[in-house]
Design a protein around this ligand. Structure first.
Ligand code: ADP
Length: 361
């Protein structure tokens, strides 16, 4: 496995603790995503007015855009307790039954990476979401009996980086679905200002702009880069972080001006140097850079597609013309520009942000 990239890193306990401290606690502190925020606020307000448990909610979008944060906000705004679990942790229907049967009335159950739940658990969830009831199967074979178990009304908040992989019946059972978009640089500057305040850091406007511009539209990355710049400033005795400090620090961490990190550049470099610019299947590409297919698909790819550096075609991934120039290669003839790719896939399977279709190999 390749060394972890700065963008995909962040599983260390200290990182997680700081991330938790920086999480907005209510909708007013949550920056950006105006449409989702407005719609969600209305859903929650209406539930409160009716004195009912909120409808089930699904958030989709790339990692680090605020899905977990919003789930916590849903619980806080509904004044309800919150239970956290995830699809990969629920491998058997029994795992889910244990969680569901211990929920209290009105509790918010957050299931991260809900598309990775096992099929039997998923089927149990359908009934739980719709009728607040599950059938617990006791015994095996011909003697097996299903014992119905009533559940208290609860709110399921699901999160997925791969909405395209969610089966229709599951998707349909959510009363509200919010797709989170990448953040603008101006929005990321607001995220950074808030975090710098909480971390007691002195950063000027140009410093914020420099970090925001390299944060690939993602608050989690913005906060992470801010902490790395903070480290650099501390070691170099810098009191106030400005553009020059931020730039020097982030160059050292190999986060370039466009926000591409080591993994992004490795993906593009492999596409260009090993596969002549593509097309190449996603899993082959992942092997070439020594990463999990899912990491390449959910962490690197959405941003590269959005920046017009990588294209998805029915025959595999291709390096777009700007990728060659960004990495300092001359563009050979026959390499696609974005407009050509749009023509190539009329009607919209063109790679755009928010295209979460399952991989096409
Ligand atoms: P996801 O669940 O989508 O991977 P998280 O909700 O864990 O993302 O968000 C990652 C971090 O980014 C959080 O700790 C939070 O501090 C920050 N963050 C995310 N969205 C926002 C936002 N809209 N405003 C401010 N901070 C945010």
């Amino acid at each position: 496995m390749a060394e972890p990239s700065l963008v995909a890193a962040g599983e260390e306990p200290e990182e997680r603790a700081i991330e938790a401290a920086l999480r907005p606690k209510n909708l007013d502190d949550f920056v950006g995503q105006h449409r989702v925020r407005k719609q969600l606020s209305l859903v929650l307000q209406a539930s409160r007015m009716r004195g009912r448990t909120a409808d089930h909610v699904l958030f989709s979008g790339p990692p680090g855009l605020g899905k977990t944060t919003l789930a916590m906000i849903v619980a806080a705004e509904m004044n309800a307790p919150l239970r956290l679990s995830s699809g990969p942790a629920i491998q058997h229907a029994g795992d889910l039954a244990a969680i569901l049967s211990s929920l209290s009335e009105g509790e918010v159950l957050f299931l991260d990476e809900i598309h990775r739940m096992s099929r039997p658990a998923e089927e149990m969830l359908y009934m739980a979401m719709e009728d607040f009831r599950v059938d617990i199967v006791v015994g095996k074979g011909a003697g097996a009996t299903a014992i119905p178990l009533e559940l208290p009304p609860f709110t399921l908040v699901g999160a997925t980086t791969r909405a395209g992989l969610l089966p229709g019946p599951l998707r349909d059972r959510f009363g509200f679905t919010g797709h989170l978009e990448f953040y603008s640089v101006a929005e990321l500057e607001l995220v950074l200002r808030r975090s710098a305040g909480l971390l007691d850091l002195k950063v000027n406007s140009a410093g914020f702009a420099e970090i925001a511009g390299r944060s690939r539209g993602t608050p989690r990355i913005a906060n992470r880069l801010l902490r790395r710049v903070r480290d650099w400033a501390l070691v170099h005795g810098v009191e106030q972080i400005d553009a020059r400090t931020a730039s020097a620090a982030l160059d050292m961490y190999e986060v370039d001006k466009k926000g591409l990190d080591r993994l992004d550049r490795a993906v593009l470099d492999a596409l260009i140097t090993k596969f002549g610019g593509g097309p190449v299947g996603l899993s082959t590409l992942a092997i070439a850079v020594g990463e999990e297919t899912e990491t390449v698909e959910t962490v690197a790819e959405p941003f590269l597609v959005r920046e017009g550096l990588l294209g998805r075609t029915p025959r595999g991934r291709i390096a777009m013309a700007p990728a060659w120039t960004h990495l300092g290669y001359a563009i050979p003839s026959g390499v696609f520009a974005q407009e050509q790719l749009d023509l190539f896939e009329p009607g919209g399977d063109a790679p755009v942000a928010g295209d979460w279709a399952p991989e096409s190999q």
